[in-house]
Write a protein that binds this ligand. Structure first.
Ligand code: DOR
Length: 431
């Protein structure tokens, strides 16, 4: 039998307690330390907050196809260090995850890495082509048990295809995670928020309405079909308005926001640094403010990283030619702590909700995002709320270096991650 005693932990703001874990399950919570250890491993959590293990609804691992940018093993390592016990691996690999076999392969590679539960996301359409539904039912019934489907990186823009996908997944309680972006409104060259700055910089613009019009359409399709819709990486105040309305109507819609859209703004593009090129684009401060408020009041359910590693030779180009995306697994908890907790917008129970409980519920992961109580699987994230971290992209366990936080100092850091009673990472390193 393996046993781990976490001592003096603040359970998401509920006061200091000890937590005893045996064979991966919480067996006792209370004042246990004094009873003495019987060969237990001990993790001193004095001054730390303990959250249910973080769950990321939106990770890009690049295996298969682009193992030079990230592998399932390297992405799992970055996730463990970042406090995650489960990550959803997006389908836009090469080949695309659009069959049961492809999904099972990702599941198996994740298990072999053994650092975090890697949960495959299935493509909505074959090859992300946008016109023919992928094997949704077969992927769901496979060993991978795929529940979340997304063509992320591309929008399912054909309304008929989106309707069919929603109808199809409803039968087994699945959800479609939409990359909301009308390709005609955004245009093939778009790479910056459409506004005064994009005009001045000569960068093809990307209007907020390209996102908002698809979200408005999709919530009506979700209402019509009675299906579950999830909106990936919300980036505008207009989308927040639509979500608020849809939720008030009882539409089954959930949404996520990335750490970068909660902090970084479009003016960072003034230096043409491709590190800040991302899809959807960084927006003006008014949008950032609306996203923070929506996350605090529950209109947006979750923070998801959209960790998008890219090799140097894809990212270090003239702005218009560089790949879209930024890494985020290792910094997300610190960003959320800094922008949401330090400012008083959320407490730690709120962080547990948006980074663990809600994402686990949306993805249908019964063993993650559970309340910390006797009988629950010991998936834990220990956070030091007062630690100051200065981000160093060179210290990352990701294979890629497209890190927009490099050089920034953030307050609050992951101290350790526990997956089913096993400490997977501590102080920024694997154990
Ligand atoms: O910036 C992005 N990068 N946005 C996406 O939707 C896809 C992602 C990627 O795969 O690189």
């Amino acid at each position: 039998m393996s046993a781990l005693l976490v001592t003096g932990a603040d359970l998401a703001g509920a006061g200091a307690q000890d937590v005893l874990v045996e064979d991966g399950v919480i067996v006792e919570i209370g004042s246990i330390g004094a009873k003495g250890s019987r060969g237990w491993d001990v993790l001193d959590a004095d001054g730390l907050v303990v959250l249910p293990g973080l769950v990321d609804l939106h990770t890009h691992l690049r295996e298969p196809g682009r193992e030079d940018a990230e592998t399932i093993a390297s992405g799992s390592a970055a996730a463990a260090v970042g406090g995650f016990t489960a990550i959803l691996a997006m389908a836009n690999t090469s080949p695309v995850t659009d069959t049961a076999e492809a999904a099972e392969r990702i599941l198996d590679l994740g298990r072999a890495a053994g650092l975090v539960d890697v949960v495959p996301v299935g493509a909505v359409t074959k090859g992300l082509g946008g016109d023919e539904l992928a094997e949704l039912g077969l992927m769901h019934r496979s060993r991978a048990g795929v529940t979340v489907f997304s063509d992320d990186g591309r929008c399912v823009h054909d309304a008929r295809v989106m309707r069919r996908a929603l109808e199809y997944v409803r039968a087994f309680g699945g959800v479609v995670s939409q990359h909301a972006q009308d390709p005609h409104l955004a245009g093939p060259q778009a790479c910056a928020h459409e506004g005064e700055l994009s005009g001045r910089l000569g960068l093809p613009g990307w209007p907020g309405i390209a996102e908002e019009s698809i979200v408005a359409r999709d919530v009506m399709l979700a209402r019509h079909t009675g299906s579950r819709l999830h909106v990936a990486h919300v980036s505008t105040a207009g989308t927040v308005e639509v979500l608020r309305w849809a939720k008030a109507q009882g539409v089954s819609v959930t949404a996520e926001v990335t750490p970068h859209h909660l902090v970084l703004t479009t003016d960072l593009l003034a230096g043409y640094d491709p590190t800040f090129k991302v899809n959807p684009p960084l927006r003006p401060q008014e949008d950032v403010d609306a996203l923070r408020e929506a996350l605090a009041d529950g209109t947006i359910d979750a923070v998801a990283t959209d960790h998008a590693p890219h090799a140097r030779h894809d990212k270090e180009h003239a702005f218009v030619d560089a790949a879209f995306g930024m890494v985020g697994l290792e910094t997300s908890l610190s960003v959320v702590s800094d922008v949401m907790v330090r400012s008083g917008r959320l407490d730690w129970a709120g962080v547990a909700r948006i980074m663990s409980q809600n994402p686990a519920r949306i993805a249908g992961l019964p063993n993650h995002g559970r309340a910390l109580e006797v009988g629950a699987p010991a998936n834990l994230t220990l956070v030091d709320p007062s630690a100051e971290v200065t981000v160093d992209r060179g210290a990352s366990l990701s294979l890629s270096r497209n890190n927009p936080w490099h050089g920034r100092t953030l307050q609050g850091a992951v101290h350790a991650t526990v997956l089913r009673g096993r400490v997977t990472a501590q102080k920024g390193a694997l154990t």
